[in-house]
Design a protein around this ligand. Structure first.
Ligand code: ZN
Length: 358
């Protein structure tokens, strides 16, 4: 296995984790190693994970005991739009969002230089070179943002650099995809007028607009409106696994045309062709999505979007400390050092630089 300490070149910057949500259960901290869930600073260092998009997500459901339990409950509850649990109200969403952002800023302070909330692509690059965990603040489902976008202005000044307008539920900005498998992402109407204003504001500020979880009409609305590279931070190929959470070939072609990218999601239910949340899923299944996306988008437009602490991982990977096993497999399948660097972080850094302008 590769020695990660000697492979800072292959430091991974990852498109999605839910560690801030997992930490709210109060059973562990980010700075101490745990066997619970998938991600903390010691396991990130052991696996060569140099940072990633840290999601702020306001749940509709009470938390389960483990990420797999949360993922199972979410998939069950959000399969049929006729029976979705309610979308959180603005006030409640802002309360939870403030608490999760504050938690990240406290982690940054307590880490004494081990963790940095990054606001530019240059800072991401610098963190990856120096071994500081680069936390990019992301909101998954913008229930905490009002239609006037006042909260967006404030969150941006605090450090927010990425948002998914919707999670897999409707809100004032648009509609998400349900999880029912198999299924098309073409479910429900496109962005609302407020959603279109949100896209324009993200372009103006330099905030990533994450297309993962957005339904297909919303996707095409963003594609038509946005002047930034199109990004799906944690989604896979619909041609290999027909989950509505995955991207059709047409969507992939639009992402390629915009010079955007896709972060490969490690959730077994979005990788497998039968959609089963089965941890006994080989890493080769993940590698097939990397192959497919690299073929369709080009090697410059694929990265990782693990969904650590928010999904069911292949047992063979386990957690963040298992990432070298994935890179080893990709190397055996013919990805050379230059390609692995692109997958690991170079593509994310390029797309962030283009989006942020800095
Ligand atoms: Zn997600």
């Amino acid at each position: 296995m590769m020695n990660v300490e000697q492979n800072r070149d292959l430091s991974i910057f990852d498109g999605h984790n839910d560690v801030l949500l997992a930490l709210r259960k109060g059973k562990r901290t980010f700075l101490e190693r745990s066997d619970e869930g998938h991600l903390d600073l010691p396991r990130a260092r052991a696996g060569g994970l140099g940072g990633g998009f840290c999601a702020v997500f306001v749940p509709s459901l009470p938390p389960a005991d483990d990420p797999a339990g949360d993922a199972r409950a979410a998939i069950a509850a959000f399969s049929d739009p006729a029976h979705f649990p309610p979308t959180p109200e603005l006030g409640e969403a802002q309360r939870v969002t403030m608490a999760m952002m504050a938690a990240l800023f406290r982690i940054e302070e307590e880490s004494r230089g081990g963790v940095k909330v990054v606001r530019t692509a240059a800072e991401v690059d610098e963190c990856l070179r120096t071994g500081v965990f680069a936390a990019l603040l992301h909101i998954e489902g913008t229930e905490a943002i009002d239609s006037n976008l006042d909260a967006l202005e404030v969150f941006y000044r605090a450090g927010l650099r990425s948002l998914g307008p919707v999670w897999s539920r409707p809100n004032r900005f648009g509609h998400g995809v349900p999880f029912a498998f198999p299924g098309s992402p073409d479910r429900g109407p496109g962005l609302t007028e407020a959603g279109r204003a949100l896209v324009r504001a993200c372009n103006r500020l330099g905030v990533v607009i994450d297309l993962s979880h957005l339904n297909e009409r919303g996707f095409w609305d963003v594609a038509a409106l946005s002047d930034a590279p199109l990004v799906a931070t944690h989604s896979n190929a619909h041609a290999l696994a027909p989950s509505p959470r995955n991207l059709t070939d047409r969507q992939l072609d639009a992402i390629k045309e915009s010079d955007g990218m896709v972060g490969v999601n490690f959730h077994v239910g979005f990788l497998r062709d039968d959609g089963k949340s089965e941890p006994d899923t080989g890493l080769d299944v993940m590698a097939r999505h990397v192959d497919y996306l690299a073929e369709r988008l080009g090697i410059d437009r694929v990265g990782f979007g693990s969904d650590f602490d928010g999904a069911t991982m292949p047992r063979e990977l386990g957690d963040a400390a298992g990432l070298p096993r994935l890179l080893d497999l990709l190397r055996r399948r013919g990805y050379d050092d230059a390609a692995l660097r692109k997958l690991a972080h170079e593509n994310w850094v390029r797309v962030l630089r283009k989006t942020f302008g800095t």
